[in-house]
Design a protein around this ligand. Sequence first.
Ligand code: IPD
Ligand code: CA
Ligand code: CA
Length: 279
Amino acid sequence: MNAPKSVQADIATRARELVAVMHRAADAAARFIAERSLSRDTLVWRSKAHQDYVSDVDTGAERIVRETLLAGAPEARILGEELSPDAALDADTLFVVDPLDGTTNFLHGYPQYAVSIALVMGGITSAAVVRNVVSAETFSAVLGEGATRNGAHIAVSRIDDPQHALVGTGIPFRTPEQLPLYLRQLDAVARDTAGVRRAGSAALDLCDVACGRFEAFWELTLSPWDFAAAALIVREAGGAISTIDGAPLPLARSSVLAGTPTMHAWLGALLARIAGAES
Ligand code: IPD
Ligand code: CA
Ligand code: CA
């Protein structure tokens, strides 16, 4: 952070105030999603794109998150997947919202989906909340203050031997042109690690890196609402996160590579070798 110390202190104070509002918003949306999961069979699926479905639960949850956040921070702008995906990013106070990360899981009753909210102040991600709707685990972080799960501090795994590592990933179902490269990556990672998991919620996958369940994670294309909150949680838990090329994550569609510092470096080098061999 390059801002003067007094500005940093102001940002930290406001982030601490707003994280409470973010928890309220995530809780309210999670209650709504959990209630609607009881009548899942009556939901109408709408197609956003090829193999990409959404229901009124996504938009309803985002409405609840918006109302709660704006009641607590009327000055804020919201970048939200369903209702304001093209919002300008230059607001001093910006919330980045995925009201339901893991929609496909939700629609099928596969119990891994979450509400994800990041706070970006002056371009810096300052606070984060990711709430698993089914398990009720809540991951959270405030910049410089560490990461928590249900209020208790968490840290990334101490395993730094790839052969002992469990690695999370996402399959590029929206960008099938990436499948040949992805399958070569999967082949290499599966050969050299203890296992690979595709659980269907990138935000929760990244929180699993933060709390030591996964040693690393990669996905070729994600949107900012998928990773903005969990990226801060990974960093505050002592992990490393970047694009697959090792660049800082933008607030835009991007690849994502995360892990313990050692596993992040190892997986980055492996994926770079495969991309190099293809070109
Ligand atoms: C999706 C999930 C999934 C990832 C996709 C995301 P959504 O988010 O995070 O794990 O592989 O790329 O789009 O659509 O369920 O909010
Ligand atoms: Ca998502
Ligand atoms: Ca979503």
